[in-house]
Every structure is written in structure tokens, then in C-alpha cells.
Design a protein around this ligand. Structure first.
Ligand SMILES: Cc1cc2nc3c(=O)[nH]c(=O)nc-3n(C[C@H](O)[C@H](O)[C@H](O)COP(=O)(O)OP(=O)(O)OC[C@H]3O[C@@H](n4cnc5c(N)ncnc54)[C@H](O)[C@@H]3O)c2cc1C
Length: 372
């Protein structure tokens, strides 16, 4: 049986592990969990009104969102993990008409958006009673994924299939075309290695002579524990500006997230992030802010960005036994499961058709020296 290692157990690595064929492969997943974006994330799955001009990225994000019903079925995800409660979008009144027209255009070839509704002030407050009366747009197909709950569920499934999950930081080397994982002085040879380690891919591939176009970005969000137990069915709200409002189970409400380029790998929660997120969100909430006094936590994670803000995934070079995926930026929960599935299809069945989703991988990864 061929041996596969996956370095990085975020949304890509964990989805990939669960879609790999355990009849063909013996699978080990290594993850040190530090700075992981997936467990820190906000969870919004609603890419359709993005104004990004990158058509390949949009195709990937659109198909990534459309992949969710299959994901839910394949891994039997309950609504505490993924819930399609719709997305409410705020814009200035004079921009809402144009946004509505844009949404109608996108709906033509995107049935998974569901219905697009203009909400009156009263309807907005009825949809989510903490919101000030304000006109909005609602897309019924929008959903929310609890990143941490997803990883816990998939880890449980992986263990049941005999996949080894190892909670350690590892390094990678190449010796005579063999890929070797170094783990605290121990070494193990693998037939195929996937590196799905977020921005840490740069350091992992450097000893093999590759330079990766990737940088880390710090992201913080606030997680409130409120008494609003009805929050389970509330829609996600994309506030007009930098912060969004994401209600989960049992009164858990997230407000996020920051995008701090200069923060890079730093994982320290900051008062400045609290002030920025809360002062923005409260403009949209009714007073008294019932949960402002609730206990809250910070979540801090590290996103991975390429120079053109687009992800890359696949073989590092043609016919290589080293495969990679990174650069998911701020939409990784949306595109990560589809990328994990496509990578698994590649090694399970040799199926690979991704030119419509990404530029050639050499746009992001270059061999800068030969390692002997
Ligand atoms: C605050 C915040 C909010 C976000 N909100 C959203 C959102 O609403 N919607 C959306 O679609 N996306 C969102 N994202 C983006 C999304 O979370 C990420 O793009 C996605 O989770 C990246 O997944 P990944 O599997 O590539 O990497 P990660 O989840 O970062 O996982 C990589 C893993 O590799 C491990 N690793 C690294 N090096 C090593 C090593 N040497 N050995 C062992 N393990 C290693 C790391 O510890 C980590 O656990 C958000 C991100 C953040 C930070």
C-alpha cells in the first residue's frame, strides 16, 4: 500500500484526508495547530456578490459554495457545523438597487444562490432582531460553516477510517526522489506528500529548493457568548464595511474580522482589534447592545495570501509526488473543501481538470536551486 503524508490539518488537509481512498493508501496527517486559519475563521459561505475581477477565482468560489450540499451529505454534517440560513447584505440605500441588479445577473447561472429578496426595514429587523431597521438584500443560499466544529467532525471520521492524526510540527526533505518527513529527530519516507500548511508552505518547501509566493496575514475576530439561544437560525449579516456579524449555535455570535498585513504571524489579541470591530458593528445594532457585556473571546489566525490574492493547488511540478495547496486568503472556508476533494480525485483516480480555476502553479512556486 502506498504511504501518503499530509502536512497541515486545516480545512484543505482534513477534507483531503477524508476523501482519499483508504483502500489504496495508508494516510498520516501532521498538524501543529498553531495559527490555524480554519479554527479562527468567521464562517461565511456567500461569495456571489464579490466584485473581484479574477474570473478563475470567481469560478472556484462559486463552485466551492455549490459543493456544500455534497460535503454535507458525504460527511453527514449537522446544522451545528454547516447551516444554510441565508445572508443579509447591507449597503447604502443608493447602492442597494445596483447590488440587487448585479445579484439577479449572477443568479442566472447560479441556482445555488436561491432567492434574492429586497428586505424592508421591518423585514430586516424581523430576520434578526438585534439589527437596526434598515433596508437590505437577502440571499437565501448563503450559509455559515463553523470551522472548528467541521475539523472536529472530520477528525473523528478520519480516526474511524484508520487515518493517523499526529499533533506535531514537522519538516520535509527530498532524498533521491524520496520524500522524507522529519519529526523531532525521527524520519519517515512517504510515496506522496501533500503540503496544505497555509502560509508555512514557504518554509516547508525552502529546503527542497522552491520559492513560494505567499505571505501571512493576521486576522482577529470577537466571539461573544450571549443569551440569544435563537441565534442558530439567524442569517449571516455582511455589514457595510470591514466587519461582519455571524450568529452560530447556543447564542454564540462572531463579529469579524480584521485584515492586518503588518501583523503577519503574530497571534496576540489586541484592544485595537476589539475597538475597530465593535465600533463598526454597533452602528448596525439596536441599543442597548444586549451582548456587549457578555463574556467574549478573541480568535486569532493567520491567513495565506499570494501576490494576486488567488489560491494555487496541485503537483508542485509535472508528475511530482509532492502536491500542495495554499493561498486561500479570506475565502478559504468557501473554496477549501472543493480543493481538498479535487486533490483527492487526482491521486485516487488520476482526474485533474483545474485550468478554469487557477493559473499554472509555476506562477506561484519556482525552483530556485537544485537540491542533491
Ligand atoms: C479571522 C479569520 C476569518 C475568516 N473568515 C472566513 C470566512 O468568513 N469565510 C471564508 O470562506 N474564509 C474565511 N477565512 C479564511 C479561511 O479560514 C482560510 O482561508 C482557510 O481556513 C485556510 O485553510 P488551510 O487549510 O489552507 O490552512 P489552515 O487552516 O491555516 O491550516 C494549516 C495548518 O497547517 C499547520 N502547519 C503549518 N506548518 C506545519 C508544520 N511544519 N507541521 C505541522 N503542521 C503545520 C498549521 O498549524 C495549521 O493548523 C478567515 C480567516 C481568518 C483568519
Amino acid at each position: 500500500m502506498k504511504k501518503i503524508a499530509i502536512i497541515g490539518g486545516g480545512i484543505i488537509g482534513m477534507t483531503l484526508a477524508n476523501y482519499l481512498d483508504t483502500q489504496q493508501f495508508e494516510i498520516t496527517l501532521y498538524d501543529d495547530g498553531i495559527g490555524q486559519a480554519t479554527k479562527a475563521s468567521a464562517g461565511i459561505i456567500s461569495p456571489w456578490l464579490s466584485k473581484r475581477r479574477n474570473k478563475k477565482w470567481y469560478q472556484l468560489a462559486k463552485d466551492g459554495a455549490a459543493f456544500f450540499p455534497k460535503l454535507v451529505k458525504d460527511f453527514e454534517l449537522g446544522t451545528s457545523v454547516y447551516n444554510q440560513t441565508g445572508t443579509v447584505i447591507f449597503r447604502k440605500d443608493d447602492e442597494l438597487d445596483a447590488l440587487y441588479d448585479f445579484a439577479q445577473q449572477r443568479l442566472i447561472d447560479t441556482p445555488e444562490m436561491g432567492s434574492i429578496e429586497r428586505l424592508s426595514e421591518e423585514e430586516t429587523t424581523a430576520a434578526l432582531p438585534l439589527l437596526k431597521p434598515r433596508k437590505a438584500l437577502k440571499i437565501s443560499g448563503g450559509g455559515k460553516l463553523d470551522g472548528l466544529a467541521y475539523l472536529e467532525k472530520l477528525a473523528q471520521l478520519a480516526k474511524g477510517k484508520g487515518i493517523r492524526l499526529i499533533n506535531k510540527k514537522v519538516e520535509l526533505r527530498q532524498l533521491d526522489n524520496k520524500l522524507v518527513i522529519l519529526d523531532n529527530g525521527n524520519s519517515e519516507i512517504f510515496d506522496i506528500v501533500f503540503v496544505t500548511a497555509g502560509p508555512a508552505i514557504k518554509n516547508l518547501l525552502a529546503p527542497l529548493g522552491y520559492n513560494v509566493d505567499i505571505r501571512p496575514q493576521k486576522g482577529q475576530l470577537l466571539e461573544f457568548e450571549t443569551t440569544h439561544l435563537e441565534s442558530h437560525d439567524w442569517p449571516v449579516v455582511m455589514l457595510d464595511g470591514e466587519a461582519d456579524f455571524i450568529p452560530f449555535e447556543q447564542g454564540k455570535i462572531l463579529i469579524g474580522a480584521t485584515h492586518e498585513n503588518e501583523g503577519e504571524w503574530d497571534l496576540t489579541p489586541t484592544q485595537a482589534a476589539y475597538d475597530q470591530l465593535w465600533s463598526h458593528a454597533k452602528e448596525f445594532l439596536v441599543e442597548p447592545y444586549s451582548f456587549q457585556k457578555s463574556p467574549f473571546n478573541y480568535r486569532v489566525g493567520t491567513r495565506a495570501y499570494t501576490s494576486d490574492f488567488a489560491p494555487f493547488f496541485g503537483e508542485v511540478e509535472p508528475k511530482s509526488n509532492l502536491l500542495v495547496a495554499s493561498g486561500l486568503g479570506s475565502s478559504g472556508l468557501t473554496v477549501g473543501p472543493l480543493i481538498g476533494y479535487l486533490l483527492a480525485q487526482k491521486v485516487n483516480h488520476g482526474i485533474w481538470q483545474t485550468e478554469h480555476y487557477q493559473k499554472p502553479i509555476e506562477s506561484y512556486i519556482k525552483k530556485t536551486r537544485i537540491v542533491t
